[in-house]
Structure formats: structure tokens, C-alpha cells
Design a binder for this molecule. Structure first.
Ligand code: C5P
Length: 316
């Protein structure tokens, strides 16, 4: 039987011969409801994830060992050894599929480190998708998401992308049916990161001392707003239980949030465990104007525009 022709030098039995390039987005949490601390050290979450158009890019090539190189946003601070989430992802997939973990991986980072945008988790998702294509292991997205869950709570979402409900510790993903609308965001990136475990600990402390805001309720209002096309309606439903903790750890973020709203954003919230703040705007032009104002005001290191939802980790 003649072998079917496949694009990009891909052969189903042996994987790709040429380089495999995967683009993976950052995430924000439109709703981040944090429940009690569990016995395993994680908090029960009820969250709506949303993938936005700020991307890291991972290229995988054939190699005789597993090697990782990096360039871009904050990469000087990252270890290149077995503690790196990209390396751990490649080992996890190879172990699951019964293949040798051999690849030369190169990561171009644009998602800030420890920014509350799941940059490290995104890179792990990209490594799973890239190595699956390189090695021809042919796993389904659900299988990749199963491996992803062991690497970090946010990693499964970044395999799927779009807008999705996350439960459990954030790793159990169900898609959210929404109208095909693009929402326009300004992403205000701070100097330096915040530690996610420290933000959760600070929230527990604030709650124990009665100083935290009331926990967010259900996601119903947000899910209803996502079915409409009006960003003003959506703005009223965004919320993040970790915001109090991020503000306590980095009080200057209150000025960033105020400046965004003063510049005309519909609302602003801290993204995940911070310190990145994200602002919902009425349209792309408004987002550009507000980003320029925030940068000029000096309330963040850099303000970028982004839209969402976008797809998760994808080859191409
Ligand atoms: O899952 P991941 O490794 O990204 O989580 C990093 C840390 O964030 C955990 O070790 C835990 O301290 C905190 N976390 C949490 N509850 C969650 C997710 C993360 O307390 N649902």
C-alpha cells in the first residue's frame, strides 16, 4: 500500500522529521473562586479560565538527548535542569507513551514569569503538544490533559484553551459554551513576580483574621454575561478571591487598578495570583489607548493589548 503523503515531513509511525513549532497562550481567570484548604495542600477552586493572545513558542527538534534552551522574558532566572516544567513535561509524556525522551527544545518566552498568567504552565502544555507531534505518539487532547494535571493545576486548561470552567484544584476542565465574541484586554505587567503558594497562604491568613472580602459566589452571572456580546455586562461579573492577597503583598497594585479604570477601562482585576493586572475594554482601539496611558503613567513595567478567547497549545 502506498503511504499517505503528510505535510511538514510528518510520518505517523516515526513522528516529525522537521522541527515542530507550538504556540501556547497565557491565561487569565475571569472568576477565581477559592474554597477551603484541602488536606493535600491545595485549595478547592471554582474558576473560569480564559486564554488570551500573549504567547510563548516552543520548537522541538530531533536530538540524541533531552536539551532545553530559552530566550526572552525573564529566562535568565529559570533553571534548565530536571526541575524545569518543560523538561518534566517531556519526561512525563515519554514515560506515559514508552518512548525515549530525546528532543532539542527551544523556548521563546513572551509571557512574564510568576505573573499570574500561567507562563510556566503554558510552557509545560506546549512541551506535551510539541513532543507528542515530534515523537509521533499521537495522544488525544484528553490524554495529554491527563498527563498535564500531574505537572500543575493550570496545565490541562492550556492544552484546550478557549474559555473553560476549572474545578478540583483547577485541573478538571469543562468547556464553556459562549457566543463567538472577542473580548479586548489590556494586560499590565508589573516589575518582578509574586509567588503563587505565598498568595494562597496570604489569603488563608486574611480569611483567618476576618480581613478578606466575602468569597465569590457562583459563576452563573459570569456564564450568563459570556453568552451576551456586551463587555459592560461582562465587566460587572469579573472577580478574583486571590486579589486581596495580591494587594496585601503588593499594595502598589491598587494604583495600577485605579489608573486603568481612570483611563477608561470597564473594570480591572488582578490576574490569578498576580501581580499582573488585566483590564476589560470596550474594543481594540480603546485597549490600545488605555495601554498607552498606563505605560505613560508609570504604574506598570509594560502594558500590552490582547484579545481572547484563543486556542490552547497548537502546532503551527
Ligand atoms: O498546581 P501548581 O503546582 O501550579 O500549584 C502551585 C501552588 O499553588 C501549590 O503548591 C499550592 O501552594 C498553590 N495552589 C493551591 N490551590 C490550588 C492551586 C495551587 O493552594 N488549587
Amino acid at each position: 500500500m502506498t503511504e499517505a503523503w503528510r505535510p511538514d515531513g510528518e510520518d505517523e509511525r516515526r513522528g516529525a522529521t522537521g522541527p515542530v513549532k507550538v504556540r501556547v497562550p497565557a491565561k487569565v481567570n475571569l472568576h477565581l473562586g477559592v474554597g477551603p484548604l484541602r488536606r493535600d495542600g491545595y485549595h478547592e477552586l471554582n474558576t473560569i479560565y480564559h486564554a488570551i493572545s500573549i504567547y510563548d513558542e516552543l520548537t522541538a527538534r530531533r536530538g540524541d538527548t533531552l536539551a532545553l534552551t530559552m530566550e526572552g522574558e525573564g529566562t535568565g532566572e529559570l533553571a534548565l535542569d530536571d526541575t524545569n516544567l518543560v523538561i518534566r513535561a517531556a519526561h512525563a509524556l515519554a514515560g506515559y507513551a514508552g518512548v525515549l525522551p530525546h528532543a532539542r527544545l527551544h523556548l521563546r518566552k513572551q509571557i512574564p514569569l510568576a505573573g499570574g498568567l500561567a507562563g510556566g504552565s503554558a510552557d509545560a502544555a506546549a512541551a506535551l503538544v510539541a513532543c507528542d507531534a515530534l515523537w509521533g505518539t499521537g495522544l488525544s487532547r484528553d490524554e495529554l490533559a491527563g498527563i498535564a494535571a500531574d505537572l500543575g493545576s493550570d496545565v490541562p486548561f492550556l492544552i484546550y484553551g478557549g474559555t473553560a470552567l476549572g474545578t478540583g484544584r483547577g485541573e478538571a476542565i469543562s468547556p464553556v459554551l459562549a457566543r463567538p465574541t472577542s473580548w479586548h484586554w489590556v494586560v499590565a505587567i508589573a516589575d518582578g513576580g509574586l509567588s503563587t503558594p505565598a498568595a494562597y497562604r496570604e489569603l488563608d491568613r486574611l480569611r483567618d483574621s476576618g480581613a478578606a472580602s466575602d468569597p465569590l459566589g457562583s459563576t452563573d452571572a459570569l456564564l450568563g454575561a459570556l453568552r451576551q456580546r456586551d463587555p459592560r455586562v461582562l465587566a460587572r461579573t469579573l472577580g478574583n478571591d486571590l486579589q486581596d492577597a495580591a494587594l496585601a503583598m503588593r499594595p502598589a497594585l491598587a494604583d495600577t487598578l485605579k489608573a486603568g479604570e481612570a483611563a477608561g477601562a470597564l473594570t480591572g482585576i488582578v490576574s490569578g495570583s498576580g501581580p499582573t493586572c488585566v483590564f476589560l475594554t470596550t474594543d481594540a482601539a480603546d485597549a490600545e489607548r488605555i495601554a498607552a496611558e498606563l505605560t505613560a503613567a508609570g504604574v506598570c513595567r509594560e502594558a500590552r493589548v490582547a484579545h481572547g478567547p484563543v486556542a490552547g497549545a497548537r502546532v503551527g
